[in-house]
Design a protein. Structure first.
Length: 174
């Protein structure tokens, strides 16, 4: 009788663990609603993955999936975890940038550069990024972009000045 109870317990524990594991794996494939899955540059919409390495003390590293909509002067960047959760939404327009990190926590900044510098430790060249995504060699002070693999949906950029140095890599969904 004791053996039967242990077998039942092991079976139900195994089923519970398997159910949890299946739920976890399915959630890892989830995308936020509205995700197109493919970039559409003609309509100002790109999706993919990005990584940022900031060589500060201590060094910082960040990677996420993203959705970028809009134009350099007005747009929205949504950052998404590997499990499909929205990590934050950056919105900007002339004279204002807002970081929405969920739970009704809105943080206001005077510009998108100020917002990205506060969030990552390095002001990201979002204005130039729109050009790079189109294949243009847009220049921005301190950053150099490598667009040699743009046709493959890959962009990399390095910032030497001002310090800290940073590396940005983008892989577009195609």
């Amino acid at each position: 009788m004791l053996l039967l109870a242990r077998l039942r317990s092991a079976f139900f524990s195994g089923c519970l663990a398997a159910t949890f594991l299946a739920t976890f794996l399915i959630a890892g494939c989830a995308h936020p609603s509205g995700t197109k899955g493919l970039s559409d540059p003609e309509n100002g919409f790109w999706t993919g993955r990005l990584s940022l390495q900031v060589y500060s003390e201590p060094a910082q590293s960040f990677s996420a999936s993203f959705e970028l909509k809009g134009r350099p002067e007005r747009g929205e960047l949504t950052l998404i975890s590997p499990l499909g959760n929205v990590l934050g939404v950056l919105r900007w327009s002339p004279g204002e940038a807002i970081l929405d990190s969920g739970n009704e926590k809105l943080q206001h900044y005077p510009s998108i550069d100020a917002l990205t510098e506060q969030a990552t430790g390095a002001a990201l060249p979002l204005v130039a990024l729109f050009g790079w995504l189109q294949g243009d060699h847009a220049s921005v002070n301190g950053w150099s972009a490598d667009l040699s693999r743009h046709s493959e949906g890959r962009i990399s950029a390095k910032r030497a000045q001002p310090t800290p140095a940073a590396d940005l890599r983008v892989v577009l969904d195609q």
